[in-house]
Design a protein around this ligand. Structure first.
Ligand code: SF4
Ligand code: SF4
Length: 464
């Protein structure tokens, strides 16, 4: 595999991990342990604990999060959502997008560096395994370029075995978020022939994760991730990013008796540690920069060695670097904030006032009325559906006011299990002449918590 060319002059013409003839250049980021890396490590352990642990936590026997797209079951923080709640989900997504935009305007790609699962899995799990087995960047390069010996086979074999096991664990965790712990346990404990689709999904996911972290790596951030593509339109000169202080650093190089240089000694350590292979000194608006802070730690280490103040590369805005100004509350930030607060307010209101059940009443299609000549009773047939949108079983009473009568046909709706929809059919009947022609009928539904709903419908009778 070719090596990275650290020639800075043509950085705008091709990706850092791509040769001029379009071939992929393998990146060997140097190992760095600085104060920001340590903080990111602790934070990533917290996130990984939550990610791997939450599928095992249940509230009232239901998972805390579930995104079962196939069966259209969604649980968010223990609150179940149904296709009938689509307006809430849509509003939540709009709110999320505005939040992401506002957050990016202010803090750049802090999400990518600190919380994105791609970065956390890659840098905090897979990369650490690679360093542990193959050594630092130089050792990895040597191993890749060396012929196949027993040592290389053992190292590569154990690394890829561990990668596969980890990809398998990640795949199963994501599967648990999709089908839930109970179904996942069934799938792994029961006869595999009964769970062909689930097991196929498990191995496809494993293959995808293994490929992403063993081979594709930074290409996800550079080529695939839509959030990365949005950076160019969201960032401005006041955004807080990982910045190289060019005023302090340039002209780079080692000072001589005749020529005084800036603080950057042009050691390339910041470039060597970068997981996307870029040179932060070419500017902070490079879309490949995932804000991982590795170059900050690397440069701070160098500054300590040359007895210069830390922070030649640091979190700052371009305006901050150029003129020493602090982050300004711009009109754009104010506009984003107002819209965000408004939408979040509406969303919270809708969530708080969201009903725990929902009902629909329809006249049975193709039927008008039934008339019994002997008893002079007129009957209309209706279909009722009650969806229990809570995590608890709910009981219901369905009735109409006199002189009307309600008679169930077959299954009577009384109790609806959590998250399920009950269906039932009934006649509403009236003795001829006791109900005014054209007058609407109200069907009353009362839940065991005392909440009422009155469903209006028509009642058809023969002309008198
Ligand atoms: S690590 Fe610091 S001193 Fe070294 S090249 Fe990068 S910016 Fe310059
Ligand atoms: S330039 Fe620095 S912050 Fe950006 S990806 Fe590279 S090492 Fe991380």
């Amino acid at each position: 595999m070719s090596q990275i060319n650290l020639d800075n002059d043509d950085f705008r013409n091709h990706l850092y991990n791509q040769s001029k003839d379009g071939k992929r250049l393998w990146i060997y980021p140097g190992r760095i342990i600085g104060k920001l890396y340590k903080l990111r490590t602790y934070f990533s352990y917290l996130l990984l604990t939550l990610l791997f642990g939450l599928p095992w936590v249940a509230v009232n026997g239901q998972p805390i999060f579930l995104f079962n797209v196939l069966e259209r079951k969604f649980i968010f923080w223990g609150v179940p959502f149904f296709p009938q709640d689509f307006h809430l989900v849509a509003l939540g997504l709009v709110c999320f997008l505005i939040f992401i935009s506002l957050f990016t305007v202010l803090f750049g790609r802090i999400w990518c560096g600190w919380a994105c699962p791609q970065t956390i899995f890659m840098e905090m799990l897979f990369r650490k395994i690679e360093y542990w087995i193959e050594g630092d960047d130089k050792a990895q390069r040597r191993l890749n370029e060396s012929p196949w010996t027993n040592e290389k086979i053992i190292k590569k074999g154990s690394k890829h075995t561990l990668f596969f096991i980890l990809a398998f664990a990640i795949s199963n965790t994501f599967l648990m978020y999709i089908i839930g712990k109970t179904d996942w346990l069934k799938m792994v404990n029961e006869n595999p022939a009964d769970h062909i689709k689930g097991l196929a999904a498990m191995f496809i996911f494993t293959g995808v994760f293994y490929f992403v972290f063993a081979r594709f790596r930074e290409m996800v951030c550079i080529v695939v991730c839509p959030y990365g593509r949005l950076q160019g339109v969201l960032l401005d000169n006041n955004s807080i990013l990982v910045q190289y202080d060019h005023k302090r650093g340039e002209p780079r190089g080692k000072s001589t008796k005749t020529e005084e240089k800036g603080d950057c000694i042009d050691c390339h350590w910041c470039v060597r540690v970068c997981p996307t292979g870029i040179d932060i000194r070419n500017g902070s608006n490079q879309l490949e920069c995932i804000g991982c802070t590795a170059c900050i730690d690397a440069c701070d280490e160098v500054m300590d060695k040359v007895h210069k103040p830390q922070g030649l590369i640091r979190y700052d805005s371009l305006n901050g670097v150029n003129s020493g100004t602090k982050l300004k509350f711009t009109k754009r930030i104010a506009a984003y904030s107002s819209v965000l607060v408004l939408i979040a307010g509406i969303l919270v209101f809708m969530l708080v006032t969201r009903r725990k059940w929902e009902s629909t009443l329809l006249r049975t299609p193709g039927m008008t009325y039934q008339y019994d000549e002997k008893t002079h009773i007129v009957g209309n047939l209706y279909q009722l559906r009650i969806l229990n949108k809570s995590m608890k079983s709910q009981e219901f009473q369905v009735s109409v006011d006199a002189p009307l009568k309600l008679n169930w046909v077959g299954n009577r709706i009384q109790q609806v299990p959590p998250g399920e929809m009950a269906k039932g059919e009934f006649f509403i009947q009236a003795r001829s002449g006791t109900w005014k022609q054209g007058e609407k009928v109200y069907v009353k539904i009362i839940s065991n918590e005392g909440k009422e709903e009155h469903l209006k419908t028509s009642f058809i009778q023969p002309d008198e």
